[in-house]
Design a protein around this ligand. Structure first.
Ligand code: ZN
Length: 451
């Protein structure tokens, strides 16, 4: 393993450019790169991200054991096509990198249509779309094409070329660290192994990058670690190399598929009751828009690794339409045309809202717990002259006083009362000012560390 030190500095935001526009522009720049588990497409992606945030790369050699997995050989692809006898390319990697099965081994041969067919992948039920297929851990080769194009292939001989290289090299992942007041960390992770697909997962890469840029410019209680890694093997390689620091991860979030216009979906951590689970639920509830909070299941993205039983990190997964529910997922229909900059901006904002809850959450103790303190004379209740004019604020004061027994946080109080987190936070601040409440950063729910 070798680690290259970051040299680039974070760029200031473009003057006048909206965050969503910048996220979309980043997706446009990244779209054509042929990303995979390893190879030049991943590094080229990181080189572009480095113009936005100062990433540090880690290279892990092929053949390295990572828990029950082995880092595969590095894959490089230059060209791939199927051509008729007259030289006309009927399937062409140069037109779309989806046309070649990712990790295809090199091929240069002539085959009859009959011999070729077992290597062709199409979607008969969606005949105009090209599927996205991989063959990471089984050596082989193949092409993907629309079913309509497949049916048009005439009997005869074809030249089949995949100009690729599979050889010992490295897996590369990238990290960004943002130091906060505390060494306790919030881990944000997204995968980087998909080629020319927009929502899955360029949207996650763009939103995580812009989110990092925003966080870098604001004060932070927590330290943040952003991880950009190829799916499954990337997080596993990172987990393997960071076993001694996992206890520092207090909260975590994977971000993927956040560019479509579907409602937000938050999948709880394996624990189900982690602080991030409550923070996400509260933040999404306050959106006032349709959203879903679903229970953990070992299906989906990299949360499966972070939430495997030996790690059990307090990490949830944020998507809009979940991968499996999106009919365009892993097909040529997942284009930039379906991505709206405003949607990307809203996704960054939701992440910021969730993190804002975590950043400001406090454990509270009522300093006057024997009966309700007299609020009116302290200006905390309406009869004292309207210092608190909205019933929600009065209600928040009473909820905070009642639940602040030292075991609950502001998020807990917002969750149980159904009140807006902001109202609860404001009530706690007023009570603290009045000497009726003390609060401290939550510390009782430390991340468990089992490996
Ligand atoms: Zn995917």
């Amino acid at each position: 393993m070798s680690t290259a030190a970051a040299t680039a500095e974070a760029s200031p935001p473009e003057a006048g450019a909206q965050l969503g526009d910048r996220a979309f522009e980043l997706m446009q720049r990244l779209f054509g790169l042929c990303r995979s588990l390893t190879g030049p497409g991943v590094r080229a992606t990181f080189d572009i991200l480095r113009e936005y945030v100062p990433l540090r790369y880690t290279e892990v050699a092929s053949g390295t054991r990572v828990f029950d997995w082995t880092v595969p050989d590095e894959w490089t692809i230059r060209d791939a096509y199927i051509a008729r006898a007259d030289g006309r390319r009927v399937v062409d990697f140069q037109r779309s990198n989806l046309h070649v099965v990712s990790y295809s081994e090199p091929v240069h041969t002539r085959l009859t249509l009959e011999e070729l067919l077992p290597h062709l992948h199409s979607l008969p039920d969606r005949p105009d779309l090209v599927p996205y297929r991989t063959s990471y851990y089984d050596r082989g080769w193949g092409f993907c094409l629309s079913h309509r194009a497949l049916l048009q292939l005439e009997p005869g001989e074809y030249e089949v070329v995949i100009d690729s290289r599979l050889a010992p090299g490295h897996l590369c992942y990238a990290e960004l660290e943002l130091e906060g007041e505390s060494d306790d960390e919030i881990l944000i992770s997204t995968y980087v192994c998909h080629p020319s697909l927009a929502n899955d997962n360029l949207s996650g890469i763009a939103v995580a990058t812009l989110l990092a840029g925003q966080l870098a410019r604001q004060p932070r209680r927590y330290s943040y670690r952003f991880l950009f890694a190829p799916g499954t093997i990337g997080p596993l390689a990172w987990l393997d190399r960071n076993r001694d620091r996992l206890a520092q991860i207090r909260h975590g979030l994977t971000i993927s598929c956040v560019g479509d216009d579907g409602p937000f979906t938050y999948k709880r951590s394996r624990r189900g009751d982690a602080d991030i689970d409550r923070a996400a639920a509260v933040a999404l509830r306050e959106l006032g828009a349709e959203h879903r909070v679903v229970e953990f299941e070992p299906w989906g993205g990299d949360e499966r690794q972070f939430c495997s039983p030996g790690f059990d990190l307090p990490l949830g997964a944020l998507t809009r339409t979940a991968h499996a529910a999106d009919p365009a997922n892993h097909t040529s229909a997942d284009t930039l045309q379906r991505i709206e900059p405003a949607v990307l901006e809203a996704s960054v904002d939701v992440c910021l809202s969730i993190l804002e809850v975590l950043e400001t959450d406090r454990t509270c103790v009522n300093l006057s717990p024997l009966g309700e303190p007299q609020l009116g004379r302290r200006g905390l209740y309406r009869p004292a002259g309207g210092a608190v004019s909205r019933p929600e604020q009065e209600s928040a004061v009473l909820w905070v006083l009642n639940l602040s027994d030292g075991s609950r946080t502001l998020t807990d109080i917002a969750t149980r009362s159904g009140l807006a987190y902001g109202a609860v936070r404001q009530a706690a601040a007023r009570l603290e000012q009045a000497g009726l409440l003390s609060s401290s950063p939550p510390s009782e729910r430390r991340a468990r560390h089992r490996c």
